[in-house]
Design a protein around this ligand. Structure first.
Ligand SMILES: [Zn+2]
Ligand SMILES: [Zn+2]
Length: 643
């Protein structure tokens, strides 16, 4: 007799011939049968071990969401005759389905589709598994070209709809999809769901194939979980850096330069402050800054190996029959050139060459996303030339610098080791040694097992340690990276003389801390919801005259604030004071001063901070001193004037 293992530790015997679902607790959506997920209708044989899978578990949610995707496609097919449906997997937190539709739809149509889905849910249609021959399946999907293609390709690649000679289908009501399953027992189990948005997607992710309409939705085990997810999505939307970037006038993206942001005056202030902080800290930590051409002839990229390994991501500029240039996607080769300008000795090492040049990478247009995925960006780069026995000490120094940077922003980070990729350059032994060295460093810094490992994720020239940052919203972002490289210095014939007078090849550490400045600012915008700490705020003090006659006094105050080194805005718009205060809030002005007759007469002011706290009777000189202090110490919290 099959045995059912229950979550409370008890086990019961299932009568032979009974489906697994008959004896499992309520809330179970599928069963794990000898380790494999199966429908509750599955009839196990003697000796099988069966465990229930709850709807709220990771596996349970996956099945729930995929089942919701079927219902979505069923609803779309019912509402839009002639619709062709492609694939509909569960994804993180939700599901999608891709369609080719007889006519375009918009997000306004989602409510109607969702309504139809609710009817299907209310109808409580069981999901029924069927196995048919390939010929039968082709006939059944005669008017569905995407399904036909999937069936025809069975056997060519890892199949998701086939167990061998037969094709598996799932039917509910009069609707059928190709699918290996499993599914929830019936449509009524999908109660907590919502359709979210539409997007374009290419069939099989291939830009040369037809473009499809992708409908995204989310589904959860309970209404409470769904409500929590929707609240989070709303908050993420409120923080979306593209929306805030527009509202706060930080940056602009123009169709003639996809993925190449324009920095507007207010946004450029943030970028410049980040760079100033970076320069200051690097100067202090023994780095020397260089700047190199943005464009180099192809042979430099051939020497570095970028031409072979990275050409598809580079903007290549053919000049004539002889000369081809390429925009630099990375700074590394130029740092090698600078190293080679002088004869170097062991006493010059570590030699830390830093630069903040602009890089260009020809990322695929479909992957571009605001500031988070761009084609043009500044990278806070450095190439550190070390002797092999200096590697570990240099990593310690880099980690100290990372701690300093991330502390300033109130961000936490985790380290991730990425090991040898398939298309690696160089000797296997060198790679193994380098990976072992990095593991030792990480074991010491983060503790054994205290870091993530991504097998095969290294650069083609060496293993790397990535900095994975956590934001206020519990999201993870890869920002900085520290890469060990034995190859490039060899390819460029870099050398130094050791203490014995022998010629040696240095090792290069490539490292960035912010990563791409564009991306880092995108993350900061979402992390702070646009309310930057004072030192980064595009404006630090906003003066609001009550009437035009107070403008002159505001101008005098503004001049004093500027003199003190603060960024100040005078709102001279012909609007009511209430409207101007609202504008100050929308622009996330850290401090706002309303200036009227009484303030000028009293010679003291009421300051309003970003939290909405108002404090009166503040002397202007005291205010300036406090703001200068807050900005110079790069404080994360606003000053309290109330005390
Ligand atoms: Zn399915
Ligand atoms: Zn580099």
């Amino acid at each position: 007799m099959p045995t059912l293992n229950l979550p409370d530790g008890a086990s019961i015997d299932l009568p032979e011939g009974e489906p697994v679902g008959s004896a499992l607790p309520a809330g179970t959506v599928v069963a794990r049968v000898d380790g494999r997920l199966s429908d509750l209708s599955f009839v196990p044989h003697a000796g099988t071990v069966v465990e229930p899978v709850d709807a709220a578990s990771d596996d349970g949610l996956q099945v729930l969401r995929h089942s919701a995707a079927h219902i979505l496609a069923q609803a779309v097919c019912a509402l839009y005759p002639g619709a062709q449906y492609a694939i509909g997997p569960a994804v993180q937190d939700g599901f999608y389905y891709d369609f080719s539709l007889p006519s375009a739809i918009s997000s306004d149509d989602l409510a109607g589709i969702e309504g139809r889905m609710r009817e299907i849910v209310a109808a409580d249609q069981p999901f029924v598994r069927e196995e048919v021959s390939r010929a039968d399946a082709l006939q059944r999907f005669a008017d569905q070209p995407f399904k036909q293609e999937i069936i025809e390709r069975i056997g060519e690649e890892e199949g998701e709809v086939s167990t061998g000679d037969t094709v598996t289908l799932y039917r509910n009501g009069d609707w059928v999809d190709l699918c290996l399953g499993p599914h929830v027992p019936s449509t009524a189990r999908i109660a907590a769901f919502k359709l979210l948005n539409l997007a374009g997607a290419y069939w099989r992710g291939d830009e040369s194939k037809p473009q499809l309409t992708r409908i995204y939705g989310t589904a959860w085990a309970t209404e409470e979980d769904l409500a929590a997810r929707l609240a989070r999505l709303e908050e993420l939307e409120r923080r979306d850096h593209r929306k805030l970037g527009r509202e706060l006038e930080l940056f602009h993206l123009e169709p003639t330069a996809p993925g190449m942001p324009y920095w507007l005056p207010r946004g450029l202030k943030i970028l410049n402050e980040l760079l100033a902080f970076w320069r200051d800290e690097h100067e202090r930590h023994g780095y020397q800054e260089i700047s190199a051409p943005l464009v180099n002839e192809k042979n430099l990229w051939e020497t570095s190996g970028h031409w072979d390994h990275f050409k598809d991501d580079m903007f290549v500029i053919p000049v004539d029959d002889q000369i081809t240039y390429a925009l630099k996607p990375m700074n590394c080769p130029n740092a090698m050139v600078v190293f080679n300008l002088k004869s170097r000795s062991y006493r010059d090492l570590p030699l830390r060459l830093a630069d903040c040049d602009t890089l260009h990478r020809n990322e695929r247009s479909g992957t571009l996303h605001g500031l988070l995925r761009v084609r043009r960006f500044i990278q806070d780069d450095a190439h550190i030339f070390v002797a092999p026995d200096q590697i570990e000490a240099e990593y310690e120094r880099i980690f100290q610098l990372c701690d300093r940077f991330y502390d300033v922003f109130g961000l936490s980070y985790q380290l991730r080791l990425s090991t040898r990729p398939e298309d690696y350059l160089g000797e296997l032994e060198t790679w193994n040694e380098a990976e072992q060295a990095l593991r030792r460093i990480l074991d010491r810094k983060a503790g054994v097992g205290g870091y993530l490992v991504e097998e095969g994720g290294g650069a083609f020239y060496g293993p790397k340690i990535d900095i994975v940052m956590g934001d206020a919203f519990d999201r993870k972002w890869q920002t900085g990276t520290i890469q060990l490289d034995f190859q490039l210095p060899r390819r460029f014939d870099c050398a130094y003389t050791d203490a014995e007078g022998e010629r040696r090849t240095p090792v290069v550490v490539h490292r960035v801390i912010y990563g791409s400045l564009e991306r880092f600012i995108g993350i900061l915008i979402e992390h702070t919801a646009g309310a930057f700490p004072l030192w980064l705020s595009p404006e630090q003090l906003r003066l609001v005259p009550v009437a035009d006659r107070h403008l002159e006094h505001c101008a005098k105050l503004a001049a004093r604030a500027q003199e003190a080194g603060l960024r100040v805005v005078v709102d001279d718009a012909k609007e009511s004071v209430g409207k101007k205060i609202r504008t100050a809030q929308l622009m996330k002005a850290p401090y706002t001063l309303v200036v009227g007759d009484r303030d000028i007469e009293a010679g003291s002011y009421t300051v309003r901070d970003r939290r909405g706290t108002e404090t009166s009777g503040i002397d202007f000189a005291d205010l300036l001193a406090a703001l200068v202090r807050e900005s110079q110490t790069r404080a994360l919290e606003q000053t309290s004037f109330g005390a």
